[in-house]
Design a protein around this ligand. Structure first.
Ligand code: NAD
Ligand code: UFG
Length: 339
């Protein structure tokens, strides 16, 4: 199939492009490089020995986006679009809500307009576990109601899910797959692509990676008084390569009109301190930490029941926490582009 990967130079988009190419699909990437580097595209080519067409386009610019569809549809129209593009920093979204609503919603709406104009009927969207809020029942299933969302970033995910539902209801040909990611970490085993946050990392594993590399002195552990095995927050960490393969599996719904919702996680929860311990093991480095106050908006425990994706898509995560931490560390040693 011919797939448009929007946000294809980013962390999850680059790994998904690799898996799509490995599965024999043709990939066209669009990215405005607002949170990624052009070099990533060369690295995708290096890993796969395949060509990838790249457009440096801001998807909020409707004209430029439609130009890409215009050019590409002259050879073959897109069979599906995977929409990764958007801003994703939870804390930043509280400080800059309008920028988040503008970028995340406008880009998605432009993609929907282009789908209509160029008869592409399939979209896969990067949603997030954040739409569940603080669920009453763990592990969380897709049947759980959406919860109280604690950030503008999370609101954009929930709003986009709604927009896509309305889009599907208005057109009996459209298939929209909403993939709710849990906590993607790790990197490609080659060490050539991985997660490269600008500035101070917000997320746990990129922060630990900086401590392991001597860029930061210690990790701040946000709270040790949660009702969990060791008092620290528990999450469902998933290797980014497994997550990427989940998108390839979801493509089988490209010609099944309707809204399809899947949790993508491993179904296992690990505490902050368990992740620290595993990173120490794979890196051979000590990761000093200090317990500090809870981070506002954090929930104690969030992990999923991934059985719907297994039963319906034939997909399940294969890699474990050790693989995730090892590949993250390998990327720090070999591939990092952000200094
Ligand atoms: P990322 O920032 O690495 O990738 C997003 C890419 O989109 C970047 O390369 C960025 O330059 C590009 N982009 C942003 N706005 C754009 C625009 N207007 N036009 C063109 N390109 C644009 O993020 P990621 O971790 O790969 O996440 C991908 C998607 O998955 C995001 O939508 C994110 O919200 C979602 N998600 C991520 C996580 C996570 O923990 N990483 C969890 C849940 C959901
Ligand atoms: N944590 C620390 N110290 C840090 C960073 C994180 O102790 O420096 C803890 C958090 O308190 C939490 C766990 O590590 O218990 C994981 O935190 P992350 O920031 O890595 O991930 P979150 O689960 O908070 O956020 C992720 C995604 C968001 C998404 C959210 C949905 O990054 O995009 O899941 O629940 F919205």
């Amino acid at each position: 199939m011919k797939i448009l990967v929007a946000g294809g130079a980013g962390f999850i988009g680059s790994h998904t492009s690799v898996e799509l190419l490995a599965a024999g699909h043709d990939v066209v990437c669009i990215d405005n490089l607002s949170n990624s580097k052009l070099e990533v595209i060369d690295r995708i080519k290096e890993i796969t020995s395949r060509d990838v067409k790249f457009y440096n386009v801001d998807i909020c610019n409707k004209k430029e986006l439609l130009d890409v569809f215009d050019i590409e549809s002259k050879t073959k129209k897109f069979d599906s679009i995977i929409m990764f593009a958007g801003y994703k920093a939870v804390g930043e979204s509280v400080l800059k809500p309008i920028e988040y609503y503008e970028n995340n919603l406008e880009s998605l709406i432009n993609i929907c307009i282009a789908m209509k104009m160029y008869s592409c009927n399939s979209i896969i969207f990067s949603s997030s576990a954040t739409v569940y809020g603080d669920p009453k029942i763990i592990p969380v299933t897709e049947a759980c109601e959406k919860g109280k969302i604690s950030s503008p970033y999370g609101q954009t995910k929930s709003m986009i899910e709604q927009i896509l539902e309305d889009f599907v209801n208005s057109d009996k040909n459209i298939s929209a797959c909403l993939l709710r990611y849990f906590n993607p970490i790790g990197a490609h085993e080659s060490g050539l692509i991985g997660e490269d946050p600008n500035g101070i990392p917000n997320n746990l594993v990129p922060y630990i990676a900086d401590v392991a590399m001597g860029k930061r002195d210690y990790l701040r552990v946000f709270g040790s008084d949660y009702n969990t095995k060791d008092g620290t927050g528990v999450r469902d960490y998933i290797h980014v390569v497994d997550l990427a393969k989940g998108h390839v599996a979801a493509l089988k719904l490209y010609n099944k009109p309707g809204v399809h919702i899947y949790n993508l996680g491993t179904g296992e929860g690990y505490s902050v301190l368990e992740v620290v311990k595993m990173y120490e093991k794979v890196s051979g480095k000590s990761i000093p930490y200090k317990i500090v106050d809870r981070r506002p908006g954090d929930v104690a425990v969030l992990y999923c029941d991934p059985s719907k994706a297994k039963n319906e898509l034939g997909w399940s995560a294969k890699l474990n926490l050790e693989d995730m931490c090892r590949d993250s560390y390998n990327y720090q040693l070999k591939g990092r582009m952000n200094g």
